[in-house]
Design a protein around this ligand. Sequence first.
Ligand SMILES: Nc1nc2c(ncn2[C@@H]2O[C@H](COP(=O)(O)OP(=O)(O)O)[C@@H](O)[C@H]2O)c(=O)[nH]1
Ligand SMILES: [Mg+2]
Ligand SMILES: [Zn+2]
Length: 294
Amino acid sequence: MTEQGRVIKNYMGYYYVETAERRVFTCKVKGRMKQNRFSLCTGDYVVFEAKGTEGMITEVLPRKNFLQRPTVANIDLVVVTASCANPEFSFLITDKLLVLAESAGIPAVICLNKTDLAPPDLLQQCREVYGRAGYKVLPVSARQGDGLEQLRNEVANKVTVFAGPSGVGKSSTLNAIDPCFQRVVGVVSEKIGRGRHTTRCADFIPFAGGYLADTPGFGNLNMEELEVENLAAAFPEFAEYSRACRFNGCSHTHEPGCEVKAAVERGEIASSRYKSYLSIEQEIPAKKERSGKK
Ligand SMILES: Nc1nc2c(ncn2[C@@H]2O[C@H](COP(=O)(O)OP(=O)(O)O)[C@@H](O)[C@H]2O)c(=O)[nH]1
Ligand SMILES: [Mg+2]
Ligand SMILES: [Zn+2]
């Protein structure tokens, strides 16, 4: 029988596909598809031929969006997770994750975990910087159980991915949202997980009418796939100023009459955000270099 469903887990070459009736099928990919350079990840909607509780995937339906790191498709929300301390809060990593979500066209909020360890003023500072950029900041202490209700409300009925470096408390936060989850916590277990099956894909866990996806940590964030020309658009608060720059296609780095730079100097755009912009811009190879490599 032909069925449709969504890939909720990818493990050892098997795709676990859940239908609208919440039946889960263990599926493989039809050989013919493999030849056509198919791409399939958690979150994809697929068509499959069902036989008992198994299935053969014959088609991947068009994606609404796609996130490279972690590799997931058709997402409603990215929760960019950071910790107040241990590891120390990083504006740059937070901004990189926001840029990746923004470039993929996926809404994002910031979960600021470990508020129990927060240095004075950090929460206020984050609220100022990210509030101005249009992002909600949700303070949480997974350890003390603070801020969870707001987070639960935020993710209800959505397909949500938790993204953030190792150790900030993504798994702990998921466990705090729903103690049934029992995600493995701690740096050591992450290492084992990475060694055994190098999963860059995330697993979906059903929650409140949607799904939550925990993701393994990452070594470094690859910003090289971005286009320099599109980077400024991934900083929503630049838009109203960049329209007024003297030059069309202003890169907001060295040009005279740059209104983005002027706004940073007046304190209307957070200097940490502009610093991240410059730093990410440096990481993206110039167009010539890129085509030269191919
Ligand atoms: N103090 C404090 N520690 C936390 C909190 N949340 C997580 N941790 C600790 O941070 C470490 C990493 O947590 P984990 O959930 O594995 O992080 P992940 O790598 O992002 O999934 C563990 O030792 C947790 O016990 C918190 O709210 N406060
Ligand atoms: Mg984890
Ligand atoms: Zn400019």
